[in-house]
Design a protein around this ligand. Sequence first.
Ligand code: DUT
Ligand code: MG
Length: 206
Amino acid sequence: LENVSYAYEDGGTDVLADFSYDFTPGSCTAILGETGAGKTTLVRMILALIHPRKGRAVVYNNDGEAHELSALTRCNFVYVPQGNTLLSGTIRENLKLGRLSATDGEMHEALHKACADFVFDLPDGLGTFCSEDGGGLSEGQAQRIAIARALLREGSIMLLDEATSSLDPETEQRLLRNLLESSGKTIIFVTHRLAVVDYCDRVLKM
Ligand code: DUT
Ligand code: MG
């Protein structure tokens, strides 16, 4: 991101003002900042759901060529949004939204990485039904299934927007360690918890 600015309304105050940051390949960056600081706005800009009013937002391919962020570059990102995003259906059906062809074995692996081993202890396992917005599961359980679903997706850059806010600190740290060890992805991790910073290479305070 090079000197980007963004305001939600014409003439409104800038949420991002002349902001520059370089997320390097393979790094894990923690984004910290109080509520309303602009963390989700930054994530939306990276996903090209909103566009900078000024400045430049690009992603580089393996040949080092810059491509302006757009709907076309979005497929490189794996996004776990803030809030609950499970749909009505079984856990298996929810995970298949990440990768339609995923086998039970691949789903097990993703659930394990996402610290969601509790699924294996449910009487119906992957066939357990959850209602819209994850009903039937605790918030922290739903969050981990949403992360497992994201892990099944392709895309080299993972964006987690407070995707672990309902986990206890130990589980959150274990999950982050799993992500760092196994994925080889670039990780951008929005969090309110300072302790997570120990596991990240870089910290961006908004
Ligand atoms: N804002 C709007 N319209 C929107 C979204 C946000 O005006 O549709 C404002 C509210 C806030 C600022 O932009 O003053 C930044 O919001 P953002 O959602 O980026 O903040 P956050 O850092 O993600 O806050 P939280 O920790 O509460 O998720
Ligand atoms: Mg937010």
